[in-house]
Design a protein around this ligand. Structure first.
Ligand code: IPM
Ligand code: MG
Length: 368
């Protein structure tokens, strides 16, 4: 049976990096005799220009019918007008919500050869291996009301942060299960000294911790977590947090890996998520980087590693995922660097296409 993979390249560097990831998947499929069926569809700013909506109904329908989605990035200065009522980013939010993708998994690992690419001292970064689980379908990203207001002629605006018990339980449970299969340590991040949603979050985290007695558990406030994450990142294993805190902490965490251009992500649901389908969405955490789009300078490794996560999480192909990860590591070990990884003595600067080709060459020789 063929696996249906929907490819949403999106805007900016999206098409370049996903193009490379797609070719990597094709090589793996050939080596492992997998039947992967790819279909491309427009999303984000491009879709907005062409169809007047960042996520055409038909694309959402195709997404539901897929086994997995590989996405690049959406957005760019062209669509940045704050007064516009339709924005490319809405495509992402709708996909996440409609497909019930409540758990966003963002692994952060320090690659030895790239430690010098991090602005942090090597003794802080060396050995970092953590996963941030970001709640993805609730909180202030979705709460209503969210609108501009007029208070007696003065401009005002409101957003709402809301969480239900089920939303909190399922994502924390995902985190505890993951921690069980790793170093058995879970850190729950909130702002319980201020927010009611965070106090509910902390209450539930404590209840689950009592259930997962084999997992060491602690709570952190998000502000001090922002500090601990770069002062003592090795102390963390699995970190679970709500939507917006996770958005912010994962960008910060990318500094540990050396570059945003290295961090993949998986957005997952479960059979009980009410979305009526079980599809995962895989995307690099970096944005559309319009300043370097079309210049063959983007780092395709995050997209390629996202493709590896797709194989593991949506298709259950852990071994194939590992082969891709090893190929990426080998290319880095040999000294190839896209510009974001900072070329230095003994390194070779490579563009987006060259980097993709190098990874594929490793895969091909791995087969031989
Ligand atoms: C991310 C991005 C998105 C988010 C944007 C592009 C909507 O920053 O995936 O982290 O805020 O969730
Ligand atoms: Mg973000």
């Amino acid at each position: 049976m063929a696996y249906k993979i929907l490819v949403l390249k999106g805007d900016g560097i999206g098409p370049e990096v996903v193009g490379e990831a797609l070719q990597v998947l094709k090589v793996v499929a050939r080596n492992a005799a997998l039947d992967l069926e790819f279909k491309e569809a427009p999303v984000g700013g491009h879709a907005l220009d062409q169809f007047g909506t960042p996520l055409p109904d038909d694309v959402l329908k195709q997404a539901r019918a897929s086994d997995a989605i590989l996405l690049g990035a959406v957005g760019g200065p062209k669509w940045d007008n704050p007064k516009a009522d339709k924005r490319p980013e809405q495509a992402l939010l709708t996909l996440r919500k409609e497909l019930g993708l409540f758990a966003n998994v963002r692994p952060v690992k320090a690659v030895k050869e790239l430690i010098s690419a991090s602005p942090l001292r090597p003794e802080i970064v060396n050995g970092v291996d953590l996963v941030i689980i970001r709640e993805l379908t609730g909180g202030i990203y979705y709460g209503k009301p969210s609108e501009r207001r007029n208070h007696g002629g003065l401009r005002a605006a409101v957003d709402t942060c809301a969480y239900s018990e089920e939303e909190i339980i399922r994502v924390l449970r995902y985190g505890f299960e993951l921690a069980r299969n790793r170093r058995k340590h879970l850190t729950s991040v909130d702002k319980a000294n201020i927010l009611a949603t965070s106090r509910l979050w902390r209450e539930i985290a404590g209840e689950l911790a009592a259930e997962y007695k084999d997992v060491a558990f602690d709570n952190q406030l998000v502000d001090s977590m922002a500090m601990h994450l770069i002062r003592r990142p090795r102390d963390f294993d699995v970190i679970v947090t709500e939507n917006m805190f996770g958005d912010i902490l994962t960008d910060e965490a990318s500094v540990l890996a050396g570059s945003m251009g290295l961090l993949p992500s998986a957005s997952l649901g479960d059979e009980l998520n009410g979305a009526g389908c079980r599809v995962g969405l895989f995307e690099p955490i970096h944005g559309s980087a319009p300043d370097i789009a079309g210049r063959d300078e983007a780092n395709p490794l995050a997209a390629i590693l996202s493709a590896a996560m797709l194989l593991e999480h949506s298709l259950g192909l852990r071994a194939e995922a590992e082969i891709i990860e090893q190929a990426v590591e080998a290319v880095v070990r040999e000294g190839y660097r896209t510009r974001d990884l900072g070329a230095g003595a003994g390194t070779k600067v490579a563009g987006c296409k060259a980097m993709g080709r190098l990874v594929r060459e490793k895969l091909e020789s791995a087969e031989a």
